[in-house]
Design a protein around this ligand. Structure first.
Ligand code: ADP
Ligand code: MG
Ligand code: MG
Length: 212
């Protein structure tokens, strides 16, 4: 499969649609251990990114600038912690795409892994600190492991999605080392992290995209 900017328009639209459907649920999760705005932040960011990428002339725009446009739109639309984290993720995906006109499966897997790396470097969260990193890091590792063992892109994203779901579930048992929930100490235990939950939704949309 080769992925062009036209395909990325489709991908960002898919992500925005699925995040929008889960907006209220994500706000509820953030209401328990944060400030209740995570669904609104992710919805605003993903809608803005999808709109900005959707407005590009796909035939004249390579994937790298398309990811950069998504990053800028997301950042401008979001006044919460998730803004700079996902803006960095999209910038890193763009850098991994290295100004090619179209991405191979290998390029796309690398872009996916670069998103996880970008989020981790921007937020400086380690695994186990009850953040979106607990979904993104295992998802990227599972995708890369699966890719190295010769799986198809669809299989790699299935593995990534399963790892993201497991990672998200595991945040329930954690205290938070980063973000607002870190002020709650042990009171955060028993609740999943909203950023990990939205990561699962985004990765699920990417997995759906990878099936085509
Ligand atoms: P805010 O807390 O500013 O309202 P959001 O509600 O949009 O921001 O996002 C909260 C989520 O951001 C958390 O659930 C967590 O997953 C994630 N998060 C917060 N700080 C960090 C960090 N330093 N690194 C990675 N993820 C983080
Ligand atoms: Mg919040
Ligand atoms: Mg907030």
């Amino acid at each position: 499969m080769t992925i062009t900017t036209k395909d990325l328009q489709h991908l960002f639209a898919l992500i925005a649609e699925d995040i929008a459907k889960n907006r209220d649920h994500l706000c509820e999760l953030d209401g328990v251990i944060g400030d209740g705005d995570h669904g609104l932040a992710m919805d605003a960011g993903c809608q803005a990114a999808a709109k900005a990428v959707g407005e590009l002339d796909a035939a004249q725009t390579a994937p790298t600038p398309a990811f950069n446009v998504a990053a800028k739109a997301f950042l401008n639309a979001v006044g919460a912690s998730s803004g700079p984290l996902y803006a960095t993720a999209f910038m890193r995906a763009g850098a991994a795409a290295r100004d090619k006109q179209a991405l191979t499966d290998d390029d796309f897997l690398r872009a996916f892994a670069a998103m996880a790396q970008g989020i981790q470097e921007r937020g400086k969260a380690e695994l186990g600190e009850k953040t979106m990193v607990d979904a993104w890091r295992p998802a990227a590792d599972a995708a890369l492991d699966s890719w190295r063992s010769g799986s198809s892109m669809a299989e790699c994203f299935d593995a990534a999605l399963q790892a993201a779901r497991d990672g998200c579930e595991a945040t329930s048992g954690m205290t938070a080392g980063k973000g607002r929930a870190s002020r709650l100490g042990h009171r955060a235990i028993g609740h999943i992290d909203p950023g990990a939950a939205s990561a699962v939704i985004m990765i699920a949309a990417m997995a759906k995209f990878a099936q085509h």
